[in-house]
Write a protein that binds this ligand. Sequence first.
Ligand SMILES: [Zn+2]
Ligand SMILES: [Zn+2]
Length: 398
Amino acid sequence: MVSLSKLLNQGLRDAKCYEVFHPGKTCSEFHFGKSRSLLIKCVKFFFPIATVPLILKGKNLRKKHVREAFEYYMELILTGFLISQQVPMAWCLVRRLSGKFTECNIVYLPMTLPTWTIFFISPRVARLFAASIFQVTFEAAIRNSKNKICKTFCNSKTIQALLFMTCSAFVLHTIQNYNVKAFWVVKSIPRPIESDIDAKCSHNGECSKFWLNDLAKNILIGLSIDVFKTFVGSITKTNSLFNAFGNKLVHLNFPTTFFLSSYSCIYKMTSCLLNQKSDMNGELKHIIAAFLGGISFFTLPKLTILCYIISISIEISWHLFERKKFKNNLKYLELLKRIPFHRIYTCLSVGYLVQMYVFHPEALSQLGLAMVSAFTGDQAPEMKAVFHNYIKTIKHNK
Ligand SMILES: [Zn+2]
Ligand SMILES: [Zn+2]
């Protein structure tokens, strides 16, 4: 890929918005010509995000959850649509106001401006965007880094697994002990009652029944997610939905099912065994069990999952910080709590992600590509193609 500064000097700097982004169309045709398809893409994209948590609820699913999921889904669609609809507008507006293209205003600024919408959405949706954006940006920055430490980290599954295990211990233990709400794939074992804290398991009935029930539940959840993901993947790829779905299903090796069931099973079995055989402190037993459960990372060793648990760990740490009351001499820390860092962070990162997509797409994971798609209303590949076509004409005319 040619460097952007070189291209700017080769004539891109003085090009007009219609020459680069919408050849043969007026600005308003470019802005509103795709509103309908943008809306449909948002409806499709956010559907699994709103419905997978319902599958995870299993037998505990109530009407209230379906209603909440519907409201959540509607807000996600509206936010995604508003942001993606404003992207082409920002593209032309920024070019018109600044009078030329620069390194900052060709991708970064027009992608960052429309995200002002994030400041007006509900905390739940803002948290979802912040967590996914953090995870994806963190992953892209590591993959794209030339630093030796980052390269070793990207290539070593053992280091990744150790970090995953540490985060697993932190996440499951804080959920169990500090009543923190966080969406993690494995349910934490309930906290034992004070009198039993150093002795028995906190679940009802025999240990083996508890493991088997848990294993069956996780296999069912894993299977539902794997089949559901395959089905959604088949919808977009081809016209013959059931053929594509059938073919994919035959070759599916159920990665989520193996990961979820082994993770939960190792965590819960270790916890029970330690409770029966060891005299150590109850909290320490739980931390060890949650740490060892994380070894299942080897069944699905993806940087995306690791970055997800890291983003959840940071989110939980922030919740714990928010709960803490500081004395008068540390009043400035109280002020820090009022700054909406996650919303600011989301806005600043979207531009970085799309810039990365245009110039270094290999640094983005599948989820990263999906996020870019969501924030640009799936216009990103087309914009990238238009942009690259313009680069070709520059080279051709030279
Ligand atoms: Zn324009
Ligand atoms: Zn037990």
